[in-house]
Design a protein around this ligand. Structure first.
Ligand SMILES: Cc1cc2nc3c(=O)[nH]c(=O)nc-3n(C[C@H](O)[C@H](O)[C@H](O)COP(=O)(O)OP(=O)(O)OC[C@H]3O[C@@H](n4cnc5c(N)ncnc54)[C@H](O)[C@@H]3O)c2cc1C
Length: 420
């Protein structure tokens, strides 16, 4: 039977970072430790490789608690304070991966290649003597008096410390298929009742089928979730992409978890788009009254893509070639409403196969976030996407994983040092 000082389950961003910081901190303490990182996947780091369209959006220039949903903002703040975006930038620079900032604040490797990021993490694990074992799919974790027995179908490892870094349910073919939730439950933890796909493309219903006719159109919009009573619950301003199934692009992905979560509490919750990005009904109505001889189609072209303008006109029974002053009041007001408060009827979403992250997971109040250690089970650390935290688009989910891994690694090394 194999023995290890710590078994880290899951070699994604959180698990790799934990392994590196455990091994680095043990070396600093002068403690020798056997750090074993196991992963069920045939290829390590699939999610890092596909991230950011193959470029890996490693972090964001500015990371704030409000960029996340799920657990308490105050608790999230403590984690972000312990490991900032600046720390991530310096950490990767030390590994030879220089990051560059784009206009949106997103940070990517200067190589524009995710491989650079994954290789740097794997090389550092290798340099530090971390044992990465794969494919080694954990099937059960048994708690014993002295620690744990971690079992795959063929093998088992005895250890005093286990790290659950198995991710959530997003992109299950990468290896994170939700088995981790069963392990943490078997060790005494809860998982939130709702575990939903987040950062997920939205499928529109046939009532809003005209959106799919605009496939390929992109616009900078505001997209909001309104309660059934009309209260604005959340709003994002970003690029929206109309597709053959409905809506995608950063605006749709960001709003998705809020919409589908709200819908479960309030079936009348609505998804509402301001195609201009901002501007009120009254302001736009007043502007349209002033365009006079200019055609409505030409006027709209200055603000939104031509095909979108024509489609909105068509839906309001307006000929885009009509001069502004020739449009009936009712039609003009219908068009203004479509432009600034267009309700889109949603049929569903594309599910975990297309989601970038998972909303829900192990509640943060069951974790001591100064160490990422379980409050429920001795010798257990839980981190990354399996926790009830999900970030918006922009590098925030990796930042969460790096921060968690750094905190956990230092704490595990301390625990190892105390036991020798
Ligand atoms: C298409 C896509 C693009 C993304 N792009 C970005 C981006 O650019 N920037 C950003 O910040 N975030 C991005 N994300 C989100 C980000 O990738 C995740 O939030 C992050 O990878 C979570 O890290 P993790 O280590 O917690 O989990 P994961 O990366 O999911 O890693 C979990 C690991 O655990 C392993 N595992 C699971 N169960 C077992 C088991 N039973 N036994 C052994 N191993 C197991 C899995 O094989 C996997 O390797 C993207 C996600 C997707 C799907």
């Amino acid at each position: 039977m194999e023995q290890a000082d710590v078994v880290i389950v899951g070699a994604g961003a959180a698990g790799l970072m934990t392994a590196i910081w455990t091994a680095r901190s043990c070396a600093q303490n002068g403690t020798s430790a056997r750090v074993v990182l196991v992963d069920g996947a045939k290829k390590i780091g699939a999610k890092i490789l596909v991230a950011g369209g193959g470029r890996c959006n490693v972090t964001h220039e500015k990371v704030l608690p409000k960029d996340y949903a799920g657990g308490s903002r105050n608790t999230i703040k403590k984690v972000l304070k312990a490991w900032s975006a600046r720390d991530t930038i310096e950490f990767f620079a030390e590994l030879g991966v220089e990051l560059k900032e784009e206009d949106t604040g997103k940070m990517f490797p200067v190589t524009d290649s995710s491989k650079t990021v994954l290789n740097a993490l794997l090389n550092e694990c290798n340099r530090l003597g971390v044992e990465i074992v794969y494919p080694w799919r954990v099937k059960s974790i048994e708690k014993t008096d002295d620690g744990f027995v971690v079992r795959s179908d063929e093998d088992e490892i005895v250890t005093a410390r286990v790290v659950m870094a198995t991710g959530g349910l997003a992109l299950p073919k990468s290896g994170s298929d939700g088995l981790g939730y069963g392990f943490v439950k078997s060790l005494g933890h809860r998982v939130t009742e709702r575990v939903l796909p987040a950062l997920v493309p939205i499928i529109t219903s046939s009532e809003s089928g005209w959106i799919t006719e605009l496939s390929g159109i992109a616009a900078r919009v505001s997209i909001e979730v309104h309660s059934g009573s009309g209260k604005r619950l959340v709003s994002f301003t970003n690029d929206l992409l109309c597709t053959h199934f409905g809506l995608s692009g950063p605006a749709a992905l960001d709003v998705s978890r809020w919409y589908f979560d709200a819908k479960l509490d309030d079936p009348k919750a609505k998804l509402v788009i301001n195609w201009l990005g901002d501007g009120s009904f009254d302001d736009l109505d007043a502007k349209l009254l002033e365009i006079g001889k200019q055609s409505i189609g030409v006027y709209l072209r200055g603000m939104i893509p031509d095909r979108l303008g024509k489609m909105l006109c068509k839906r309001c029974g307006i000929d885009p070639a009509s001069p502004g002053h020739g449009i009936m009041r009712e039609q003009r007001r219908a068009l203004v409403h479509m432009l600034v408060a267009c309700e889109v009827v949603v049929a569903g979403n594309r599910g975990f196969t297309f989601a970038e992250v998972t909303a829900g997971g192990v509640p943060l109040d069951e974790i001591q976030v100064s160490t990422m250690q379980s409050r429920v089970c001795d010798g257990l650390w839980i981190l990354g996407e399996i926790l009830d935290v999900d970030g918006r688009i922009g590098g925030f989910n990796f930042q969460w994983a790096w921060a968690n891994g750094h905190i956990a690694g230092k704490s595990i090394a301390k625990s190892i040092a105390q036991s020798v």
